[in-house]
Design a protein around this ligand. Structure first.
Ligand code: SAH
Length: 414
């Protein structure tokens, strides 16, 4: 099956960008659909026959009879994810399994001496295995598929995965459903068992010496936000001697427990989900920290900040890691406004001499865009400097051309 690309899409593929949007297809499949809008791909690639999700397609363009090979997705806005740019070998399950083994081997030893049992074993596109994310939670591995193209390959990949993951000490493999409730079972679980003994709904993992409860069945992402691991360790190091720490959008309390163990007197965790606080408190106890010495507030973060300001509460370390405000390019102006309002409200409760850790997990907001929401005019103060700008940890690699993969910003201001 052959897919003929526009000049712009071909140039992106040559640079190593792993996605072809439907409007990057020169004939067939374009159909006027716009980037990011998830139109159905009712048109077939050129070459006869109708492609189904998971079919191997060969990419070509004007003057380039072979650009690469990828897998077709009949549903999502991304029509093809590109796996190969040379003709050296066929795109089959062996080729994919070898990429996976390389991703696993690259991580060999990274976490051995770091008291860490949860990390990303394969970061999809960033590990040159588009669509496939595998997170390790101790003896369990959870797979997430972006798009539909790899779903038909799973049965063939599982024996390889079972072997390669088994060699690392992973016993069970589960599949995490994408998207909201439609893909959950009657009990609200999003996890399907694929291989090995049944996966626990919840378990404790270790992260840089800290015990962390992870909810594999219902938690966010594949269970936890593994991408903040190094930043949680940074917060732990920053927390020594702090009197009052505020963790906004605290979820399962990863930053909170890091701050408490780092020596903060009192940590206030704010999240709109009370179930997240229950999990955070179990994590505190597992680490020998009494949750009663700290504060867990179920509230909207904006409301909380307004009330805290009115009460005159001040904090000397604040972590602010909201959910993505910009799921698409179109949402960007609104998102920047929301970050500005949030940061202005945060600055009003940050002590002079305090530290602010502000994060954004939206790839549509660049580091410069994000820093503009932390400038003096927004914060209405002139005492803060950027101490550091961090991003994703090394188990979340990206590609030079794949800017969408570099989503995480973690700015430390003091
Ligand atoms: N910082 C966390 C991840 C945050 S995920 C970590 O490192 O693990 C985003 C969290 O924000 C979710 O737990 C969600 O319940 C919460 N949330 C979303 N909107 C909110 C709001 N308006 N106010 C408070 N919490 C909110």
């Amino acid at each position: 099956m052959r897919v003929h690309l526009t000049a712009a899409a071909a140039a992106a593929v040559r640079r190593g960008h792993p996605w072809v949007y439907r409007d990057g297809i020169a004939d067939g499949g374009g159909h006027g659909s716009k980037r990011g809008e998830g139109k159905r791909g009712e048109r077939a690639p050129r070459g006869g026959g109708v492609a189904a999700s998971g079919d191997v397609v060969e990419l070509s363009a004007e003057g380039a009879p072979f650009l690469g090979r990828g897998l077709w997705d009949a549903e999502s806005a991304i029509a093809v994810r590109v796996f190969q740019r040379t003709q050296a070998r066929p795109l089959d399950e062996r080729a994919i399994a070898e990429r996976l083994e390389r991703a696993f081997a690259l991580r060999d030893g990274w976490f051995a001496g770091r008291d860490t049992t949860a990390y990303r074993l394969c970061n999809g596109e960033g590990d040159r295995v588009p669509s496939l994310v595998i997170d390790r939670y101790d003896r369990a591995a959870v797979i997430r598929l972006d798009g539909d193209m790899l779903a038909p390959w799973l049965d063939r990949l599982l024996p390889h995965l079972g072997r390669a993951l088994g060699a690392l000490g992973v016993r069970s493999i589960g599949l995490r459903a994408r998207g909201p409730s439609a893909s959950e079972d009657a009990e609200g679980k999003k996890l399907t068992h694929l291989h090995g003994p049944p996966l626990p709904d919840r378990l404790f993992v270790r992260e840089t010496g800290i015990a962390m409860e992870v909810d594999l069945a219902r938690g966010q992402k594949t269970g936890a936000f593994l991408d903040q691991r190094d930043n949680r360790a940074r917060v732990r190091a920053l927390a020594g001697g702090r009197r009052r720490v505020l963790n906004l959008f605290s979820y399962a309390g990863g930053f909170s427990v890091a701050a408490a163990l780092g020596g903060a007197d009192r940590v206030t965790s704010v999240d709109s989900a009370s179930a997240a606080h229950a999990s955070a408190q179990r994590t505190f106890r597992e680490n020998g920290v009494d949750p009663a010495a700290h504060e867990f507030v179920t509230a909207d973060a904006f409301d909380f900040l307004e009330k805290a300001r009115a009460r005159g509460d001040r904090y000397d370390l604040i972590i602010c890691d909201p959910p993505s405000f910009a799921p698409s390019e179109r949402a960007k102006p609104r998102a920047l406004g929301a970050y500005r309002r949030l940061h202005a409200a945060v600055a009003r409760v940050l002590d002079r001499g305090g530290v602010l850790c502000a994060a954004s997990c939206s790839s549509h907001i660049t580091a410069e865009d994000f820093l503009a929401t932390l400038d003096d005019a927004t914060l209405e103060r002139d005492d803060l400097r950027i101490r550091a700008i961090h991003g994703q940890p090394e188990d979340h690699p990206t590609l030079p051309a794949w800017w969408e993969g570099r989503y995480l910003k973690f700015v430390v201001l003091e």
